[in-house]
Ligand binder design. Structure first.
Ligand code: 1MF
Length: 184
């Protein structure tokens, strides 16, 4: 994944737990990279190792780390120069979800090594949506939960998420049923 992702992991750990914990995570992950470059594509192994090491160092489950990462992502990308990209992609929770595949197409035009997942919406109502998440990467459903919670915060929207079908259980892809309500 692009270095931007590893930088977001780093930012999450440094801001919420401190620089020392980040050094410990890198050490445990056996990663000897001083600064990740946003625009460089790194092997996915590096990201998975960071998440695994963070879980050990911070005494959390890997799923919790992934979820925290997902929640941090929209905040982090907004402040790292992608605010406009995010703004272009929707002004409500559900509109943003419906535009996510387009967002990734736009990013991939400039950064061809992007391997984006796909997010498809179905059964959209006033206050619910079924989200179909397809990725060639394994085990990232908890990250998607965090991404959805982060988006909820971005749009002042309360979200309730349930994983209704998962690849782990033999389904072709992960499917989330999301109920949402804009706070006034
Ligand atoms: O393949 C990749 O490198 C990659 C990196 C990030 C693919 C996808 C993403 C974004 N995605 C992360 C979880 C991926 C899970 C998976 O692969 O199954 C989060 C998608 C998302 C979901 C909900 C709400 C917002 C989301 O993301 C918004 C977004 C998406 C991509 C970027 C920024 C915001 C982005 C921008 C530039 C990138 C990479 C991603 O690369 C750069 C960075 C700096 C300079 C040059 C290129």
């Amino acid at each position: 994944m692009y270095g931007l992702v590893n930088k977001a992991v780093q930012d999450l750990i440094v801001t919420q737990f401190g620089q020392d914990k980040w050094e410990a995570v890198k050490e445990k992950a056996g990663i000897d990279i001083d600064t990740f470059l946003s625009m460089k594509s790194y092997p996915d192994d590096i990201t998975y190792s960071l998440v695994g090491a963070a879980a050990e160092v911070l005494d959390l489950t890997p799923a919790r780390v992934l979820e925290a990462f997902g929640e941090h992502w929209t905040l982090y990308t907004a402040k790292e120069g992608y605010g406009e990209l995010l703004e272009m992609s929707g002004s409500s929770f559900v509109e943003f979800l419906q535009n996510l595949d387009n967002l990734h197409v736009r990013v991939a035009l400039s950064f061809p090594e992007l391997e984006p997942p796909s997010f498809r919406c179905s059964d959209v109502t006033e206050n619910s949506v079924r989200l179909h998440y397809e990725s060639h990467r394994e085990g990232l459903a908890p990250m998607v939960v965090g991404l959805l919670k982060g988006l909820g915060k971005r749009f002042d929207t309360t979200v309730d998420i349930s994983l209704e079908a998962s690849k782990d259980q033999g389904h072709t892809h992960d499917e989330f049923l999301i109920r949402f309500e804009k706070r006034t």
